[in-house]
Design a binder for this molecule. Structure first.
Ligand code: NAP
Length: 332
């Protein structure tokens, strides 16, 4: 059996070009004591991958040149020498962008595909859902009746943020690119309103959608959208800095939020979050979210890209072109 994998060949400048990647076919090694062999079925495609390709200090070490690209994956155990796993188990793990992964069982999580389809464990009941859960509830601290605004509203994290904020009794306003995505946020996810940032006057439209101002802003995109929302925040507002996808491929140093003094005027707080900090509490969060899924209060589209492992480079670009609705995964 052969394993096809994708290695990082060069660090990108701007958009990750095809030359950044190397496709390699290698033998699958014999597994050792406590290891499992996983056949990857779905790969989580994440904006964070773009950051992992950069050199320099971050919350996690960069992927090394020549190394298999880091990725979360969901798949099936093919062979196990770990007491907790047997062939046929469905699992998630940091598999990397490859068809087969050999991992220590302690780094693998067993999941139940009878409860929700396997790729959902990469989205709503995976890292995206956990990011939304902890970012919104612990850092955003929304209270019933408050207005929560979330950008990237039709995406993996944003769609969960909005639904949890609804569960908590908030008015929820999304920001997304295009009429279709806004319609999805309102009609399928239950948001109160959603503003299309690609047409019209964002500030005017957002102000209309938030007649009582903004108490919590969950920011997935950064840039001008963050700067605009800063002009609409209330006293003691909380701004959750989850990501800034509008900046990830910037070649020049991005301009900072010029309206930041709104934080001073409103005695507001802006705080960054990294989902991995909450690892000790993942179990509790997943249990609560699974409850909401079972009650039909939380759902989320999985946007499945086809083409197998070799389609990884172009699938990653879909995120930056806004071509996904819901959690983007690549079917391997
Ligand atoms: P996603 O929202 O499913 O997909 C990315 C979306 O970003 C695209 O569909 C697109 O939607 C939007 N986008 C792309 N370029 C944009 C631009 N220039 N301006 C505004 N919007 C743009 O991705 P996700 O996995 O849920 O991640 C969302 C954010 O959370 C990312 O910033 C990611 O880095 C961050 N994140 C952070 C953590 C953490 O621990 N801090 C963990 C996971 C994810 P539109 O069509 O609406 O533009």
């Amino acid at each position: 059996m052969k394993n096809t994998r994708i290695n990082l060949l060069a660090r990108p400048i701007g958009n990750p070009a095809p030359e950044c990647w190397e496709i390699e076919e290698v033998d699958i090694p014999e597994i050792e004591e406590n290891q499992v062999l996983i056949q990857t079925q779905y790969l989580s495609i994440d904006p964070a991958m773009r950051g992992w390709m950069n050199e320099g200090k971050s919350y996690i070490r960069p992927v090394r040149i020549g190394e298999v690209m880091r990725a979360l994956g969901a798949g099936i155990v093919v062979e196990s020498k770990h007491p907790d796993f047997k062939a046929g188990d469905s699992v998630t793990a940091t598999t990397g962008v490859q068809e087969y992964a050999v991992l220590n069982g302690k780094d693998v999580i067993k999941v139940d595909p009878a409860f929700v389809p396997l790729p959902v464990y990469l989205g709503t009941l995976g890292m995206s859902g956990l990011t939304a859960y902890f970012g919104l509830l612990e850092t955003g601290q929304p209270k019933a009746g408050e207005t929560v605004v979330v950008s990237g509203a039709a995406g993996a994290v944003g769609s969960v943020v909005g639904q949890i904020a609804k569960i908590k009794g908030c008015r929820v306003v999304g920001i997304a690119g295009g009429e279709e995505k806004c319609k999805y946020a309102v009609e399928e996810l239950g948001f109160d309103a959603c503003v299309d940032y690609k047409t019209g006057d964002l500030r005017k439209n957002l102000k209309e959608a938030c007649p009582d101002g903004v108490d919590v802003y969950f920011d997935n995109v950064g840039g001008e959208i963050l700067d605009t929302v800063l002009t609409l925040i209330n006293l003691k507002a909380r701004i959750v800095i989850c990501g800034a996808i509008s900046q990830y491929n910037a070649i020049q140093k991005p301009v900072g939020p010029s309206n930041y003094l709104s934080l001073l005027v409103n005695r507001a707080r802006m705080e960054g979050i990294v989902v991995f900090d909450n690892a000790p509490n993942y179990g509790k969060a997943i249990k609560e979210m699974a409850g909401w899924v079972a009650q039909g209060k939380l759902n989320g589209k999985v946007d499945i890209a086809e083409g197998g492992i070799r389609a990884f480079p172009e699938t990653l670009m879909k995120l930056f072109k806004g071509e996904n609705t819901g959690k983007l995964v690549l079917k391997v």
